[in-house]
Design a protein around this ligand. Structure first.
Ligand SMILES: NC(=O)c1ccc[n+]([C@@H]2O[C@H](COP(=O)([O-])OP(=O)(O)OC[C@H]3O[C@@H](n4cnc5c(N)ncnc54)[C@H](O)[C@@H]3O)[C@@H](O)[C@H]2O)c1
Length: 282
């Protein structure tokens, strides 16, 4: 059941939010953080049962969470979910385009279907969310679009080439849109974390590739970032109007290194790929 809470300027209470990929990992943590802050959340996922489990776990929180099945590769369905929130509540305040998949391994092993699948979810999925939410936000002259990109959208190391491509697209989309959207009172934020502790780390790729080994050794961190802590950082970044959220500090340093010394960064990436190929016998 949906509960209406009076909107608190600058806060999340009473705000309406749609989260894609909300059944697991970062999307589930974003849903919990929003509900804890009093927002009314439509938690969507390809996996309805997963979204329902997340919603069930938030019943003690001040906000409300409604679970809904949604495949972000289906643009019409994404539009229907967003239109339904606007029709029911009169507004859409926050659109989290978060659903994503990863695919690692030597690029020559990728089938065309795998390239298309990652483009469909990670790029088209975000485009569908933007196309659905942005016109409503322009009309209401407020709102925030939050796209889950990745540290892989700011730096580029191989064995994750298709993923890196999609996340660079999400960063580009977010920053360009942000420069247009400000005039309409709409904010845009791209989330660019390094490894976050979610099931995605164990989504192995082609040819024996291990995501967990790759992500953790590549970023100079021993432990992946906590998803709930990351969701809290993300809401703080929405409130402060940041363009990009890059965590942890090692990721910010790597990003700076890539901008200051792109040639050296490329050499470092090649060395990393070579070590990963040896370590993982790829
Ligand atoms: N975990 C990390 O280390 C990390 C780091 C940087 C960025 N990210 C990004 O964070 C986002 C969330 O990933 P996560 O780590 O929470 O992974 P996760 O696997 O825990 O969650 C992803 C969710 O997306 C859903 N999903 C997959 N395809 C979908 C589709 N077509 N339509 C709707 N939902 C779909 C899955 O069912 C799952 O519930 C992704 O965009 C990912 O690329 C993750």
């Amino acid at each position: 059941m949906r509960r209406r809470v009076r909107s608190v300027p600058g806060g999340f209470a009473g705000k309406t939010a749609v989260v894609t990929g909300g059944g697991s990992g970062i999307g589930a943590a974003l849903t919990r953080a929003l509900a804890a802050a009093g927002a009314d959340v439509t938690c969507t996922d390809l996996d309805l049962a997963a979204a329902e489990r997340v919603a069930d776990g938030t019943s003690h929180l001040p906000g409300s969470v409604r679970a809904q099945q949604l495949d972000v590769t289906d643009g019409t369905s994404v539009g229907d979910v967003v239109d339904d929130v606007v029709a029911t509540t009169g507004h859409l305040d926050l659109m989290f385009n978060n659903a994503g998949i990863a695919l690692g391994g030597n690029t020559e092993l990728l089938a065309l279907e795998q390239w298309n699948a990652i483009i469909d979810v990670n790029i088209r999925g975000v485009v569908h969310g933007v196309a659905a939410a942005y016109p409503h936000m322009i009309r209401q002259r407020s709102g925030h679009i939050v796209n889950t990109a990745s540290m892989a959208g700011l730096t580029a190391a191989g064995l994750l080439t298709s993923y890196v491509m999609t996340k660079h697209a999400v960063v580009g989309l977010s920053l360009a849109l942000r420069s247009e959207a400000a005039a309409h009172g709409v904010g845009v934020l791209a989330l660019c974390p390094a490894a976050v502790e979610t099931p995605l780390l164990d989504a192995d790729g082609v040819g024996g590739f291990s995501g967990r080994t790759y992500y953790l050794s590549g970023q100079g961190v021993r432990k992946a970032y906590d998803a709930d802590r990351f969701a809290g950082d993300a809401l703080a970044a929405v409130e402060s109007g940041q363009p990009l959220l890059v965590v942890p500090i090692q990721a910010r340093l790597a990003w700076r290194f890539a901008r200051v010394a792109p040639g050296l960064m490329q050499r470092a990436a090649a060395g990393f790929v070579s070590r990963q190929r040896q370590e993982q016998r790829l």
